[in-house]
Every structure is written in C-alpha cells, then in structure tokens.
Design a protein around this ligand. Structure first.
Ligand code: ADP
Ligand code: ZN
Length: 655
C-alpha cells in the first residue's frame, strides 16, 4: 500500500495537511526530521504513517507479511528503509497522552502499546514480551524507561527503524516543560546497533528551543518544517463584563452539550463557579491542585469521557489532555501572560473544527496576577539579582497580556506578533475583527492623563493617575495630596473603564511608559511632548455601543459554522442546517453510547469533525460512508453500520 492508501484505510483521510507529506517523505528517505506545527495540525500522523510503511516495506522485502517476523538486521542496512519487523518508538512525556494515542491507534486497527509507570509489573512484562515478539509496529515509551535494563535488552534486539520524539521541546531548559529524561534520549539512540531515523515534533517555535532540539537530540541534517503558530479554527474574543458569572452561564445555555473548559485564576474561584453552575443543573466538574489525587483523576475522566463535558479548573489542568472535541475555552479571569493564555486557549478545537476562546476580563485580574508574581515560590531559590530580573520579565509579560484585553486591533494578530510572527492585521475571526468600531477623538482625555503624570513628577502608578483625573475622593488620593493636582477631577464625567482604555492606549503607543520595578510607576516618554505641547490629536478605535444580546442568543459558532477541506479552512464552508444540527445531536449521542460500552473517550471513536462531515454527506451506503473524512476501513467495520442506521432512521423521521 502507498501512503495515500494507508492514510485512507487506517485514518480515513483523503489528503495530507500542510507539512505532513514532506515530513513523511523525508522520514521514508531515511532522513531525520523536525516538525514544528501548532496543536491540532496533525503531527501524530507524520510519524505513525511512516512507521506503518516502514513495517510493510520490511515485511514485503522479506517475502512475508507476518507481524511476528523475527527481527534480524545487519549493521550495514540503511535505517528506515526496507527493514523487517520495523518498530517505531515514540517518546512521549505524559502518560495520559500515550494512553490516548494508543487507544486511537487501536481503534483504527493498528497494533500499538505503551510502556510507562502506569502499568503494573505484570502488565509491563506482558507488553514487553509482545513487543519482543514483534507484535507492535508502534510503541510509546516514557523517557525514564530508556535507561531501564529490561527495556534496553528489548531495544538491543529489536529492529528499531525510527525514534519519534513527541513534545520535543521538553529537551530544552528554555521552556516551562523541561524533562530531564529527554536528555537521555541521545544516549539511548547511541546504544542501538543501527542508528534509527530520529523524528522530532513540537508546537513550540522559539529559536532557542529549536536549536536545543537539534543539538540535544543530535539531529543529522534534519528536514525541517514550521507551519506557523496560527490556529485558524479558533475564534478569539475578549469581553469586559461586570457580571462574569452571568456571561459564563449565558454561554453554557447557548452551547448545550458542547465540551469546554472554564479556567479560573484561583482555587476558590473554581469552587465557587463550579458549585453555582452545578446548582443550576449544568454538567460541570472541577480540577485544581488542592483536590485529592482521587478526585482529580475521577473528574478528569468524567470530562474526557463527556460524562461531565464542562470542566472548571485552574491552570493546573490541561497538560496532557488530548481531548479533541473541546469546543470552547472560557477564561474567567486573565492569565499572567500570553504564553499561558495561548496554551490554555489552545486546548480548544484540536480536531480542527471551529472552537471559541473567550477571555472575560476584569481590572481586578491585574492585581491578582501581580500578587502571584511578587509571591512566586519558584523564584525563592534564585539569588536576589536574578529574582529581580525574572520578576521584571514577568511584569512585562503581564502588561502585554493586559494590553491584549484592551487592544482594538485583531486579537489573533496581537498574539502572533507576540510570538514573532507577522501577518495581516485582519483575521475576520476574532471579536475585534468582527466588531464595528468608530474613530473617537480622545485628545482631551489624553492631555489630562499625560498632564497629570507630568505634574505629579512621575511618581505614581496607574491607579493613582486614573483616580486623580476621575476626581476620586479617597484617603489615598488625599494623603498623596493629589486632590490638589491641577488635573484632579479633569475627567470626572468620563466613565472609569473608558479612562483606563485611553491610558492603556497611551501605554501601548508609547505616549507613556511604566517602570519595570514593583512600583510600576507611570513615566513620560519622548512622545509625551507631542500630546502636551505638540498639539497631536489622539484618535482611538472604540467599539460602537451594541445592544446587549438577548438571552439565548449569541454569536453563531461552534460546529454550526463548519469548514471543510484538507487544511481546515478550505472549500466547502457552510453552516449546518437545523435538520443537520439535529442529526449531529443524534450521532453524538450514539457516539457517547458506543464509547461507554468500549470504555474509551468518545472522540476516539470519531472526531466531531467526522460527525459533522457525516451530517453534510448523509451517507446511505458503505461506499458513501467511506467517503466521510475520518472513516477508515477498520472503523467502518466496527461502527459504520450503526452510524449508517442512525442516519437512515433520521432520514425517515424527516421525510
Ligand atoms: P497534534 O499532535 O499536531 O496536536 P494530532 O496529531 O492530534 O495533532 O491531530 C489533530 C487532529 O487532526 C486529529 O483528529 C487527527 O486525526 C486530524 N488529522 C491529522 N491529519 C489529518 C489529515 N490529513 N486530514 C484530516 N484530519 C487530520
Ligand atoms: Zn482578528
């Protein structure tokens, strides 16, 4: 079988996505590769498919197709080519990820196993025994196992054609996910009788991390591809609302049955929000570091298996969650930096279907995060100088995060620029691109703010400046004698949020600046003069006042707006009709039933994307069903008839 046939047969897809084919071909030529692709881009197939092809090539070469072929190989053989009983080892940092991947492969009819600490000694021995027998073309293994003698014994005698390193950035100490075990990969590869192809994959694209991966995994002249950081299927939104709980509740009401995550800044928030939502009958569960191991594990499973599809959690939740049908990520509070935000929001829409990431902002979030930064336990071991530096960097990152909540430019563009990618500044799929703005002259407000900073001799922080121009009568203002400042009360009629917006605009555009120390004092810049005396007009794009959406009405989104095509944005976009929506619900229910029976997460049976495609094509026969993206031969045999049945029945209901 060639690669296209395999792609269709096992995975049910007709075409490759950006970057996949190049990496697969390079691996098959025996070349190392480095794939830098965002979450959901389809990295797994880049090593799973060649793993199968190498296996087949080897079996054909030796004149047998048996999976249990003995593994003999000579030292002069080229790796990756025509080797018998070829095995691919996939090194992965997280037990839950491995489990998910292996379940997915088994569902697609591919033998795979994992070796990690979640297995009992008996299970481990059995898996290793079957591995030695040559049963598995693909074996997932935790980095720590690479030094265990039993495993090394197996590896020495197996025909390891490829070592695929998933989440390869874990080898680098630059990122937050450094795993010491990853440094041992290179030693392990060196002990093998024949050097396998080494294929590394990550979604982290910074220069330092990339260089570390190449060096520390000793990639040899790797074929590289970077498909960029953008997640086109994600909608980004920011809402500054008074009643955040109300906004969350309204969102859930508008998206019944959808799986999603609600991130909160504190454990207390998690408990409050979860309890209230549960009290109102929403299918929610919770997760934070203060819960018992048992509760965390149980709640996580409830979420993954769609028993409780809405998870309320702190940032402790999510590492290793491979759930592909997360349709929304709401932030009940602003995270401390854009790295965290993009990582957390990025857990939505891994299946490539439209999903929404909405940040509900409140001014208090800045203070909460400042507190986290000042009291970060991780920094306690650093010497004073370094600690200062780290804190300054964190404050700067918090500021950029805050500006995200205030910018009127394209949100996606803002994020991508932060990560060093430059695009057009209109994406058409974020709350700013979709809002109507009008140009508003805010010169007078700007003059008051800058004037206030100047006249107080650049000694105070944001809140004092805002309170002063707003004319607040507080003890603090009086004690600083800011009530005697010439700008005191100069903008008494301007609502506070608007004042803050203008001040942020001045900071973003460098008419004012802030010091990096803990006092975060507002300072003048070279450009301040332009406003104070240069007569420069300050014009801001401000959202037009929009009537509040009525209850039950929200942005149309989610699976309704489906995009279809190999890249996820290609041709065939359209919305599901109400009848198709109803069919989707029935198919989703059927999927849940099957998943319960098989004890696997629903998205492992078929992705949301596949269900949507079924609703569009409405297959009536096996041949038609096999045209649905994500339906391979093996899955058809297992589930095809039941889904066909469901589609036929709903056809007759409609008629
Ligand atoms: P990553 O590891 O890059 O985050 P995955 O490998 O988990 O992404 O793939 C994300 C989703 O995209 C999975 O549901 C996968 O089956 C699907 N996918 C991968 N390749 C293709 C393709 N060529 N066509 C359609 N869907 C694909
Ligand atoms: Zn946009």
């Amino acid at each position: 079988m060639d690669k296209y046939q395999l792609l269709k047969q096992y995975f049910g897809y007709d075409s490759f996505r950006e970057g996949q084919e190049y990496l697969i071909d390079s691996i098959l030529e025996g070349r190392d590769v480095l794939g830098i692709m965002p979450t959901g881009a389809g990295k797994s197939i880049c090593y799973q498919l060649p793993a199968l092809l190498m296996r087949e090539a080897g079996a054909e070469d030796s004149g047998e197709m048996s999976e249990d072929a003995p593994c003999g190989h000579g030292a002069d053989e080229k790796p990756g080519k025509m080797r018998k009983g070829a095995v691919t080892l996939v090194i992965s940092p997280l037990i839950s990820l491995m489990k998910d991947q292996v379940e997915g492969l088994n569902q697609a009819g591919i033998h795979a196993a994992y070796l990690n600490s979640s297995l009992t000694p008996g299970q481990y021995r059995k898996a290793l025994f079957l591995a030695k027998e040559g049963r598995y073309p693909i074996i997932y293994v935790a980095p720590e196992r690479l030094v265990a003698s039993e495993f090394l014994d197996f590896a020495q005698n197996a025909n390891i054609a490829m070592v695929a390193v998933d989440e390869a950035h874990c080898v680098s100490q630059w990122g937050q996910d450094f795993r010491p075990g990853y440094l041992k990969i290179i030693n392990f590869i060196d002990t093998l009788p024949v050097r396998p192809v080494v294929a590394a994959f990550t979604a982290t694209a910074t220069k330092e991390v990339k260089e570390d991966i190449i060096d520390l995994l000793a990639l040899q002249n790797p074929a590289m591809i970077t498909t960029g950081f953008d997640r086109k299927n994600l909608y980004f939104g920011v809402q500054s609302v008074k009643d955040r709980y109300g906004a969350v509740k309204n969102y859930l009401e508008c998206h019944p049955g959808d799986a999603g995550i609600i991130y909160c800044l504190t454990r207390k928030n998690v408990e409050e929000v979860c309890e209230r939502l549960a009290g109102e009958g929403f299918p929610v569960t919770r997760y934070h570091a203060g819960l018992s191991d048992e509760e965390r594990k149980g709640n996580q499973e409830d979420f993954i298996y769609d028993k409780k599809p809405v998870m309320v959690a702190t940032n402790a939740f999510g590492m290793g969650i491979d759930k592909s049908n997360v349709r929304f990520v709401l932030h009940f509070g602003m995270p401390k930096n854009l790295e965290s935000y993009y990582q957390e929001a990025g857990r939505a829409g891994r299946d490539g279907q439209p999903a929404e990431c909405i940040l509900l902002y409140s001014g208090k979030d800045v203070t909460t995060n400042q507190f986290f930064i000042e009291n970060n336990q991780d920094n306690q071991e650093l010497d004073a100088g370094l600690r200062q530096l780290v804190m300054e960097r964190d404050r700067e990152r918090l500021r950029k995060m805050t500006f995200y909540c205030f910018t009127n430019e394209c949100l996606r563009d803002y994020i991508l620029r932060y990560f060093g990618e430059y695009r057009e500044n209109y994406c058409g799929n974020c709350s700013n691109c979709l809002s109507q703005f009008e140009n508003t002259d805010v010169t007078e407000i700007a003059k008051s703010l800058v004037g206030c900073v100047e006249s107080c001799r650049q000694r105070y922080g944001i809140n004092v400046i805002l309170d002063t121009v707003h004319g607040a009568n507080t003890a603090k203002i009086r004690s600083y004698r800011m009530d005697e400042n010439p700008f005191y009360g100069g903008c008494a009629k301007v609502p506070s949020p608007r004042l803050r917006q203008v001040l942020n605009h001045l900071l973003i555009h460098h008419y004012l600046a802030m010091t990096d120390d803990e006092y975060a004092v507002v300072k003048l810049t070279e450009k301040s003069e332009d406003i104070l005396r240069g007569g420069e007009a300050v014009v801001m794009k401000l959202a037009k006042e929009q009537p509040h959406p009525a209850k039950g009405e929200s942005r149309k989104s989610g699976r309704k707006k489906i995009s279809y095509g190999a890249s996820g944005t290609g041709s065939g976009s359209g919305e599901l009709s109400p009848a198709q929506e109803a069919l989707f619900e029935r198919l989703r229910t059927l999927r849940t039933e099957i998943a319960r029976g098989e004890k696997v997460p629903p998205y492992i049976i078929f992705s949301d994307r596949t269900l949507v495609h079924m609703c569009m094509l409405k297959p009536g026969t096996k041949a038609e069903m096999l045209k649905v993206s994500g339906v391979g031969e093996y899955k058809y045999e297992k589930y095809g008839e039941r889904f066909l049945d469901c589609i036929r029945k709903s056809g007759s209901v409609e008629a």
